[in-house]
Design a protein. Structure first.
Length: 256
């Protein structure tokens, strides 16, 4: 279990403490007052600082989507909220929380989107590199009379080649919103609980798609890495074996 923290008060969290753990039931949420907290889940690492809420985007799942660990000595305010309906009441009644919460979610969506794009580009680049190197490996083997061994993990990848993961249409809207001046965002969402709650609900609906998209490309990255260097039968090892055989053939030819 994560460390027990006092409710409804300012809490000092020592560096390295896990505040909430992935897949644990949501029993409370927290507001970061000072310091930095790492969010970690499969294929995802993000850092949040002061002014960000921890766990609010997990309320619709009832369990935490991430493990939240203090990267340095951190101060938080713990809030006894475990259901979205409770969060709605707080946002309706507490004007200062409305602007802060919606704005922090804008930034969080932008951070997740940036991670998604980075993973997507990484998978495309490593895929193109492996495609080129594998084709060259096969061609070189045939050219020099060596039957190249096929790499099972890479052959399986091409049998089920990845498809582009499509994000919801509203993601670019919230990414663009995050680029507005902070005070403009906060003041706008403070003004109306109806506007704030509508945006909150839309934001909450985007998180599963963003998280799934990051996991999707992270899994494809792992598949490519297994075929390239991690599996026993990998491209790096087979290219090395072919180079050794070619060298041995050359040595044999020179001795004749």
């Amino acid at each position: 279990m994560a460390e027990n923290l006092n409710m409804n008060g300012t809490e000092h969290i020592p560096k390295g403490t896990v505040i909430f753990r992935e897949e644990e039931p949501v029993q409370s949420v927290a507001l970061v007052l000072k310091g930095q907290v790492q969010l970690a889940a499969k294929g995802i690492r993000l850092t949040l600082g002061s002014g960000n809420f921890l766990g609010m985007y997990d309320l619709t799942r009832s369990v935490h989507s991430f493990s939240y660990k203090a990267l340095e000595d951190t101060m938080i305010c713990r809030l006894p909220i475990s259901k979205w309906e409770q969060a709605e009441k707080v946002l309706e009644q507490q004007k200062q929380y409305r602007g802060l919460y919606v704005t922090s979610l804008n930034f969080f969506i932008a951070d997740l989107y940036q991670k998604f794009v980075k993973l997507q580009d990484g998978v495309r680049q490593i895929g193109e590199f492996i495609d080129t190197m594998y084709a060259l490996y096969m061609q070189q083997g045939q050219q020099y009379g060596i039957i190249p061994e096929k790499i099972p993990s890479l052959e399986r990848i091409w049998e089920g080649e990845s498809q582009a993961y499509t994000l919801p249409e509203l993601v670019p809207y919230y990414v663009a919103s995050s680029k507005l001046p902070l005070e403009v965002q906060k003041n706008y969402f403070c003004g109306s609980s109806i506007v704030a709650l509508r945006h909150c609900k839309e934001q909450m609906e985007l998180f599963p798609a963003l998280l799934d998209g990051c996991r999707y490309y992270s899994e494809w990255m792992q598949r490519y890495l297994r075929g390239m260097i991690l599996d026993e039968k990998n491209l790096f090892a087979f290219v090395g074996k072919m180079a050794l055989r070619l060298k041995q053939q050359g040595t044999s030819e020179s001795r004749k």
